[in-house]
Design a protein around this ligand. Structure first.
Ligand SMILES: Nc1ncnc2c1ncn2[C@@H]1O[C@H](COP(=O)(O)OP(=O)(O)OP(=O)(O)O)[C@@H](O)[C@H]1O
Ligand SMILES: [Mg+2]
Length: 412
């Protein structure tokens, strides 16, 4: 049985239920604001689920290599190793503000310290990667298939986000995400993501501070759910908002599971502005030929679970078609995962965002302009980083196709 904490306060208890399910019950004194998810209000009856964990508790479980690594390390001790066991390992340190401990334990986050500069300047590649995975795997309550860890470098965080604020002495939470890539499977993934994030920023989308290590082996990203006083904001991805399990992250449509769902939970006077950002992000994913824009790659952020929720900054943007030439979209648009034409995107913006034809057209042009600008920067980077040439040149070709038909091309 686990104790579930919300914003460092006790929220309830979570236990296995029947053969393969789980059950969560709020503590009787939990006020409505202690709700663990916008989808699970505080109530007297427990929230029971027949298979696995409720989506909000499953949300940050590592996938891919990190999960396999933790399984190999901890299965020896426990015999078997399921989602519940995994939550027991990484539950103390998680994205968002929910944490998990043993029934009688107190919350103690305690993520080891790691200088971000050291990662950025490091040139020994694989060795550093192995060291970091070993040291940080068990405090990395973060989802995703690509290998990644959560680390703590408070100084780097406050310097970069401009707050300059000191964290309290007792602060031990994670500040950054460090993403690596599988050498053989996804060459140059960090640089690929870096340039895609550059485009998002150039489009005017909110993006957390991110840096590429000198040897391009790692991408370091500031946590967008961390406040400058060291506390965390509520975060929920669209798997949770759609009441889907992680293995259903490729199920749904951009129209309903993303755009419509957002308006249902936004509860915010900024909903029009945020819907425009969301449309921009969807159209950008298409233009970048990112076939991995699934339900877990969009999220909301909030301070008060009953208050307004804003669209989370953009994250996990990659030109995946470099690695999967036949790649298509992760979710459907107009009932298909085929990349949409300019006309189809224009229609999506007019009908689902409610923008005027001119406004939608301007957004699509802005995306093309941003890609064109970043393409120039990428060409320069290729000149000094020949190891990026093959992937970089393919990205440029794919981007060209992604913005076909727009006023400004990518020549030059
Ligand atoms: N800057 C950030 N701050 C806080 N949480 C973040 C941030 N960026 C990503 N996340 C969270 O971490 C998760 C994993 O990150 P990300 O999507 O970048 O990894 P990935 O392995 O590339 O994912 P995928 O499996 O989709 O390929 C996201 O789904 C989101 O919940
Ligand atoms: Mg992702």
């Amino acid at each position: 049985m686990f104790k579930v904490w919300n914003d460092s306060r006790e929220a309830g208890m979570l236990d296995r239920f029947n053969q393969r399910g789980s059950s969560f019950a709020y503590i009787p004194e939990a006020p409505p604001a202690r709700a663990v998810s916008v989808t699970m209000p505080v109530r007297l009856p427990s929230w029971d689920i027949r298979f696995g964990l409720p989506p909000i508790f499953e949300m940050n479980l590592p996938e891919g290599m990190l999960r396999e690594r933790l399984r190999l390390t901890f299965a020896k001790a426990t015999g078997t190793f399921d989602e519940f066991d995994l939550l027991g390992v990484v539950g103390r340190s998680q994205v968002g503000r929910i944490r998990y401990t043993g029934q009688r334990e107190h919350l103690q986050e305690d993520v080891p310290f790691q200088s971000v500069d050291e990662i950025l300047e490091h040139r020994r590649g694989g060795e550093l990667f192995r060291y970091l995975m070993e040291k940080f795997a068990a405090s990395s309550g973060i989802s995703g298939v690509q290998p990644k860890i959560l680390v703590r470098d408070e100084a780097a965080f406050s310097a970069l986000n401009g707050s300059g604020q000191r964290f309290s002495e007792s602060y031990r939470g994670a500040t950054h995400i460090v993403k690596f890539w599988e050498q053989n499977q996804y060459p140059q993934l960090a640089a690929n993501e870096y340039f895609c994030l550059e485009v998002a920023r150039d489009c005017g989308l909110e993006v957390p501070p991110y840096r590429l290590s000198e040897d391009a082996q790692a991408l370091v990203i500031d946590r967008f759910d961390l406040r400058s006083d060291g506390t965390y904001r509520g975060f929920e991805d669209f798997c949770v908002l759609n009441a889907r399990r992680t293995d259903e992250k490729y199920r749904g449509s951009y129209e309903t599971s993303i755009l419509k769902r957002f308006t249902q939970f936004a509860n915010s006077p900024h909903v029009v502005e945020d819907t425009e950002r969301l449309f921009t992000l969807i159209a950008l994913n298409c233009a970048l030929r990112n076939g991995d824009a699934h339900l877990k790659n969009f999220g909301i952020l909030y301070d008060d679970v009953q208050g307004e929720a804003r669209l989370a900054p953009a994250y996990d943007l990659v030109t995946t078609s470099v690695y999967l030439p036949k790649d298509s979209m992760a979710l459907t648009l107009n009932g298909t995962t085929r990349w949409p034409s300019l006309k189809e995107l224009q229609r999506l913006g007019e009908t689902r965002m409610g923008g005027s034809p001119a406004r939608v057209g301007a957004i699509l042009e802005r995306i093309a302009d941003a890609m064109s600008d970043v393409a120039s920067a990428m060409r320069l980077y290729i000149k000094t980083h020949p190891e990026f040439q093959e992937v970089g040149v393919q990205m440029l070709t794919l981007w060209q196709a992604g913005i076909a038909g727009r006023r400004r091309g990518m020549a030059g």
